[in-house]
Ligand binder design. Structure first.
Ligand code: 13P
Ligand code: SF4
Length: 319
């Protein structure tokens, strides 16, 4: 991304070169962080990018911990550092492997699909992972009548409606506090002012908010639709980092947050200062590790997702 860089950003770009580092950032990162990243994307795109980290000596992952764990699993030969190791996704904490096991006992034989927003420990007890952009495809690919799904009840409802398959919530309360901030009345007010606006809603929003959307989709797909659509005005119901990115990339379009207070405090724990510190000192506390006994199983659950999506195997892309 172009634009005037501040001193700290210039320092990061120099350190990045010196360390031969790849910096990846989620769409919810502060815009100033997105601007020093080699790649910005949604959770699936970042997982794929990390698996392809060939030729780099390290990855700096600007996002929340579960995403960096995925990168560490998919890129075993390249160390992955997270600037803010304390950046934990509260949605991920709704489901543990104990909860998965208890649900499995209640529904013997039903496959377990977990959203990528889970800890490595939870992923190690599931059959297959999915992301917001792949959930429906993954569930439908299983060819079964019933699936156990978690932790997000709203994404579960989206999959239920799209697929017609019985989706059992592993944790019926599981939700993202940021995506719970949107409401239909706010969107209706914006629509009164901007009647031609296209409404884009993340599937972590509640079903009534999904109902007023023109499209329900992942952050990566939102980026694509704004790029490709001839429409000039968009109302975005997801975290404001994406809204800032889109307005920056498309100064000729009007990009409106459905609610400008929708800020993920955990995503925002990363900062330019922390990125510089990681690149400078490579502190042990910032190195992302996943217990060795979980790694093979998690890789296999991601491989299964890749096979459904028709993507090449991780083994063929990792360094
Ligand atoms: P995406 O997969 O759309 O990037 O979503 C990840 C996330 O954490 C949404 O809150
Ligand atoms: Fe987790 Fe919600 Fe933040 Fe996404 S926006 S990382 S789901 S808390």
């Amino acid at each position: 991304m172009e634009g005037e860089l501040v001193d700290l950003q210039k320092q990061i770009l120099e350190l990045k070169k010196k360390r031969n580092a790849l910096i990846v950032a989620h769409n919810y990162q502060l815009l100033e962080i997105q601007k020093v990243a080699d790649f910005v994307g949604d959770s699936l795109q970042l997982a794929i990018k990390s698996a392809e980290a060939k030729g780099y000596d390290l990855v700096v992952f600007c996002g929340v911990k579960f995403m960096a764990e995925m990168a560490a699993v998919l890129s075993p030969d390249t160390p992955v550092y997270i600037p803010a190791p304390e950046a934990l996704c509260p949605l991920a904490s709704f489901v543990s492997s104990n909860k998965v096991r208890a649900k499995k006992k209640e529904h013997p034989g039903a496959p377990v699909v977990v959203y990528v927003n889970t800890t490595a420990e939870t992923k190690s007890s599931c059959d297959i992972v999915c992301t917001s952009s792949t959930a429906v495809e993954i569930v439908e690919s299983l060819g079964v009548d019933k699936v156990l799904f978690g932790p997000d009840k709203n994404l579960a409802e989206y999959v239920r409606r799209q697929s017609g398959i019985e989706i059992v919530d592993i944790e019926p309360q599981g939700h993202c506090y940021v995506h719970r901030m949107f409401d239909v009345a706010q969107i209706a007010l914006l629509k009164e002012e901007y009647p031609d606006a296209v409404v884009l809603v993340h599937p972590e929003c509640s079903p009534d908010v999904q109902d007023v959307a023109d499209h329900v989709l992942s952050t990566g797909k939102m980026v694509k639709i704004v790029e490709e659509s001839p429409a000039k005005t968009f109302i975005i119901a997801t975290e404001v980092g994406l809204v800032e990115q889109l307005q920056d990339k498309h100064p000729d379009k009007i990009i409106l947050p459905a609610y400008d207070g929708a800020i993920c405090l955990q995503m925002k724990k990363n900062s330019l200062e922390k990125i510089a510190e990681v690149l400078e000192d490579l502190p042990e506390k910032n190195l992302v590790t996943v217990p060795a006994h979980m790694v093979d199983h998690i890789r296999e659950t991601v491989e299964r997702m890749y096979r459904v999506l028709g993507r090449p195997s991780i083994a063929g892309t990792a360094s």
